[in-house]
Design a protein around this ligand. Sequence first.
Ligand code: GDD
Ligand code: MN
Length: 365
Amino acid sequence: MPKVSIVVPTYNERDNVPVLAKRLDEALGRAGIDFELIIVDDDSPDGTAEVAKKLKLKHGKVKVFVRKGEKGLASAVLKGFELAEGKYLVVMDADLQHPPEVVPELVEKLEEGCDLVIASRYAHREGVRGWNPVRKIISRGATLLAKLLVPATKYTTDPMSGFFALKREVVENPKKPLNPLGYKILLEILAKGNFKKVCEVPYVFGKRLAGESKLGGRVMAEYLLHLLKLARETGELRRMITFAAIGATGIAVNEAALYAVYELLGAKGLGYAGLALAGLAGFEASVLYNFILHEMITFKDRRRGSPARRLAHYELGSALGAVVQIAVLLGLTSIGINYLIANLVGILLGLGIRYSYSATKAWPA
Ligand code: GDD
Ligand code: MN
């Protein structure tokens, strides 16, 4: 039985497969690693499978599996896992954008006790050098969204990587069945895999050797949908909805406290300042009430550290959310947008800020 199974999904990679196989053979041979190369080809019209079947390696063996009438990168990888006999599984592309010479490093990390090792384009800073501010904001936004929807992405700087290695237990007994959808099989594994320690190895994503990429422009939209789907499956979406629902019930607490301070405690007598005071009291009452419910329900599984620290973060996030909410209301109204719509946008943005703050600072995953 080989120690390492290298799973390579292919579609029209005829010219790349022999070079990949040769470089893998050399790199793993040099490192003394016993391996099998598993090519899962979706019946490529260019004859990739025929070329692959003729491959001869010095240090490892080759398995070629041809799927007919089925396509898709993630499902091909899962098929490869089924065929794999190794203790360790490696996933990589056929086009040499993933340097074969990095594979021994991934294996070494597994030997050192990591369960999942991700080859990352971003482990060193150069991946984002020279980006313009808009690109940076979009990238930051996408990363934050991933962090909120799939908290396990926090373990890596490159959750979309197609180059990684893992112990077979990680995918053999996942917490939830892996979904063979889309391109981002690593996201599935991060969200549902059975692992403790995740490690990273930096690498430089090279140029495609031959042929062309199969992943087109829809990738970003598909990525967002995939994140949402994972959030639903893992309960993170439910957490967000709970957060919003509790927030909504907080409105009643806010109103009641405002009324009590204004009417019953006599703040009314102070005029406008009294109203401001009562407004602040209402806000604070709802923040405290929400905090308690989030502690007991929304984030009950993430109560770590001191409650005072959590409350401080929650207060800060709520205050920031409120300021943004009002600023958006005033700002959008001033540029001619209907004030009810402006308010709605403000409320949603404020909610988003409170949730981000809560899920990353007060109760981080
Ligand atoms: N069997 C099979 N079926 N293989 C496929 C299919 C398919 O439907 N689509 C693509 N592949 C294979 C390709 O032949 C290649 O070996 C590998 O999957 C990656 O495809 P590329 O077309 O080269 O993808 P890319 O370079 O644009 O994207 C890669 O990098 C991304 C990071 O930017 C992939 O690794 C992505 O998963 C990764 O997110
Ligand atoms: Mn590629």
